[in-house]
Structure formats: structure tokens, C-alpha cells
Design a protein around this ligand. Structure first.
Ligand SMILES: [Zn+2]
Length: 179
């Protein structure tokens, strides 16, 4: 029997999703926002997003561009690492009017991060809050992209209850139901 989770490439903790939904409202002003994603990359399993950061006071927010507040991101990363060993695994950002697809500029940013030997990423997670038309209505969507050198792939993502990814436990205990 095939597990319904077999293809899941990203596990997103419910509280991290709530953070993204809350912080993304900032984009109601028409400018992009975003933040870092912290969690674990088991390499042989889905990426686990445990925390999503906010933009920070010194972030650059433009209609088609977002640049994180580096100092703020580093503080969040350090706090999360002390708490549960979370590492920097990616970023989320909004597209106030466009699709949840990385722009050329986004892709160039991700490739430069992947190419930085000090950061030592083997893959980089990008979550994008964008829009798509559903039944004639413009709806907000969250899409997950995994970037590797030269590639960016749209991948299946599953939101799980916080308890489904235990602190300090590298192996997620997947819920048995579909919720
Ligand atoms: Zn973008």
C-alpha cells in the first residue's frame, strides 16, 4: 500500500503556517514581505519547516522585491537553533499580485545561496504566497519550491499538527489521518 505521504517533500508545522499567514497580511499594502524558514533537512526525507520568521524592521519591501533583514534573520535563527536545533532551510515571501512562482530574480537569489560554499546548502526551500484563479476568483495560495543547483521544482507540501514533528526528533511521526 502506498503511503499518502510518499510524495510529500515538505512538512509544514501548523504554527509555522499560521506565522506565514499572519505576517503575509503585511502585503495588503501592495509590497512583498517574507522571512526565513527554520527547521530540518533530513536529506532522505521531507524538509521539515518548524518556524517561519517575520520580515524584520530593516527588510527591503518593494512591489516586486523583498530582501530580508539579515540581522533580524540571524537573531531568529540563533534563537531557533538554541531551542530545538533548527537550521536555516529556506525562505518564504509574498507576491502581492502575481502567481506563486519564483521570479527570475528569486531564482537568481536562490542559486547564489546554493553556490555559497559557506552556507553549504544542498537544497533550498522557497515558499511563495501568491495568487491563482479558482472558479473565476483570485485566491491566495501557498506554493512550495525546492531549489537545487540549476533547478527549481514545485513540490507537494503537507501541513501537519505541531505535535507531528517532535522537538529534537529528526524523524517526523506522521499523522495517520488525512488531517
Ligand atoms: Zn518573488
Amino acid at each position: 500500500m502506498t503511503s499518502p505521504f510518499a510524495e510529500t517533500a515538505i512538512l509544514l508545522r501548523a504554527s509555522a503556517l499560521t506565522s506565514i499567514q499572519t505576517y503575509a497580511k503585511e502585503s495588503d499594502d501592495g509590497r512583498e514581505t517574507g522571512g526565513i524558514l527554520l527547521g530540518r533537512d533530513p536529506l532522505n526525507g521531507p524538509l521539515e519547516v518548524l518556524h517561519a520568521g517575520d520580515a524584520g524592521p530593516d527588510a527591503v519591501r518593494d512591489a516586486r522585491f523583498f530582501l530580508r533583514d539579515l540581522g533580524h534573520a540571524q537573531r531568529l535563527a540563533s534563537q531557533a537553533f538554541d531551542k530545538d536545533g533548527s537550521m536555516w532551510i529556506g525562505e518564504w515571501h509574498t507576491h502581492p499580485v502575481e502567481e506563486a512562482v519564483p521570479s527570475d530574480r528569486d531564482l537568481a537569489t536562490y542559486q547564489s545561496l546554493l553556490a555559497d560554499p559557506e552556507l553549504a546548502f544542498t537544497r533550498f526551500l522557497a515558499l511563495i504566497v501568491g495568487h491563482c484563479v479558482v472558479d473565476g476568483q483570485l485566491e491566495k495560495v501557498l506554493a512550495g519550491w525546492i531549489c537545487t543547483p540549476g533547478f527549481a521544482e514545485l513540490v507537494p507540501m503537507r501541513c501537519v499538527a505541531d505535535r507531528a514533528i517532535a522537538d529534537g526528533d529528526a524523524t517526523p511521526q506522521l499523522p495517520t489521518s488525512g488531517t
